[in-house]
Design a protein around this ligand. Structure first.
Ligand SMILES: [Zn+2]
Length: 398
């Protein structure tokens, strides 16, 4: 994606929001259709059938016909892709699109090619039903077949072209690095470097908490509530901007410095899934604690660190040079002697080998194992109980 900041006029903003509303409406309609499926009903209508239904609906409803057909069709196509991603296991279940939170639509085909450069710093794009909208030329316009217009919660408009960036050439030194993605630090390299993704400062976090408390006291639909919501959105946007910036810089740096980058093949989706409710055997209808709150805290940490995004960007920037390694036992195996024992952890931060006495930062030790590709050791002992924090795959299967 290469993203540009867009500066629509107030009238254009209103028109863009209409398109966003159409896209959101169709997405939610498709989601409803999909979610209503039961075993005794036939197949859920696919993309082609939904497009046919859309044509019928456009003929019947004036307000739908007033919107852009491309925008409406692309919303259905996006949903189709989301369902495919869900079934492939790479993404979570598609969710409802909410006003003010998920504002955006996609344009593709010949309509996406209408982009003009105005000056050294400005260009404009012809958005159907809206007209020419100016955007800031912060980089070269890529050769892309589609673009997406989005509005974040702070009301900033963006234009993003779906283009995979030019791969960064390998340094050719034959050097290899292992990256362990931890919760305490964002990433540890086998070279011993510890990288942490910047989030909000302590002061900003305190402010966020204060605002959230204030929001809880606001009446729904009040003006004050709206103001507090915007202030909260600003803080979230700031954290998101910092995270994305860190991911871009880190992925570029790794792609430039190393020929091969090994990462743990950790599926973010299963790890961040909500824990199953545990029914109480003694009192039917009641539930035992399932540590959902604890897991929610961990999930926040994972998502805040932008794991998935980092690997995705690495794969874009260094295609064919990113290797995924099964991370089982990497946190318990000694990177010097290869002995694997769950007791080799002094605590979350320090690794201390029970066999040879090697002592290192736990995340760096894991990163060295990942670099060696020594994921599953042949000499491993059966671990009696594994921390669910470190070994999600094992916890899930065992
Ligand atoms: Zn050892």
């Amino acid at each position: 994606m290469s993203r540009f900041r867009m500066y629509p006029s107030p009238a254009q903003q209103a028109a863009l929001l209409e398109l966003c509303r159409d896209a959101r409406y169709l997405w939610n309609l498709a989601l409803e259709q999909w979610a209503m499926w039961t075993r005794d009903k036939g197949a859920t209508p696919g993309f082609a059938e939904q497009c046919r239904q859309l044509t019928e609906a456009r003929a019947a409803f004036e307000w739908l016909r007033a919107g852009s057909q491309t925008v409406q069709q692309q919303a259905l196509r996006d949903f189709d892709q989301a369902v495919k991603n869900f079934h492939a296991g790479t993404h979570r279940r598609p969710t409802w699109r909410k006003a003010g939170r998920h504002e955006g639509f996609r344009i593709d085909g010949s309509q996406a090619a209408r982009v003009e450069k105005l000056s050294r710093k400005w260009a404009r794009v012809l958005v159907p039903k809206v007209g020419w909208v100016r955007f800031r030329l912060s980089r070269a316009i890529p050769d892309a077949k589609s673009y997406r217009v989005t509005c974040d919660r702070m009301g900033r408009w963006y234009l993003a072209f779906a283009a995979i960036p030019e791969p960064i050439p390998a340094p050719g030194t034959g050097e290899l690095v292992g990256v362990d993605r931890g919760v305490t630090v964002s990433a540890a390299l086998s070279t011993g470097e510890l990288l942490s993704c910047p989030g909000l400062s302590d002061r900003e976090q305190a402010r966020l908490k204060q605002l959230q408390r204030r929001l809880a006291r606001c009446r729904r639909g009040s003006k004050r509530r709206g103001r507090v919501q915007v202030a909260i959105a600003k803080l979230y946007a700031r954290a998101g901007d910092r995270r994305k910036d860190w991911v871009e810089k880190t992925s570029t740096d790794l792609a430039r410095r190393f020929d091969v980058i090994r990462v743990e093949d950790l599926r973010v989706a299963p790890l961040t899934r909500r824990p199953k409710p545990k029914p109480d055997p003694e009192r039917p209808g009641r539930y035992l604690p399932n540590r959902r709150r604890a897991k929610a805290g961990l999930n926040r940490g994972i998502l805040a660190n932008g794991w998935g995004l980092l690997v995705q960007r690495l794969e874009h920037k260094a295609p064919g040079r990113v290797e995924k390694v099964n991370p089982a036992y990497t946190s318990q195996t000694c990177s010097v002697c290869g002995h694997c024992a769950p007791g080799s952890r002094e605590n979350q931060a320090v690794f201390w080998c029970v066999a040879c006495g090697h002592r290192a930062n736990a995340d760096v030790n894991a990163a060295v194992n990942i670099a060696a590709g020594r994921a599953v050791s042949a000499r491993r002992e059966t671990p009696p109980r594994v921390s669910s924090k470190r070994e999600p795959q094992l916890a899930a299967s065992g």
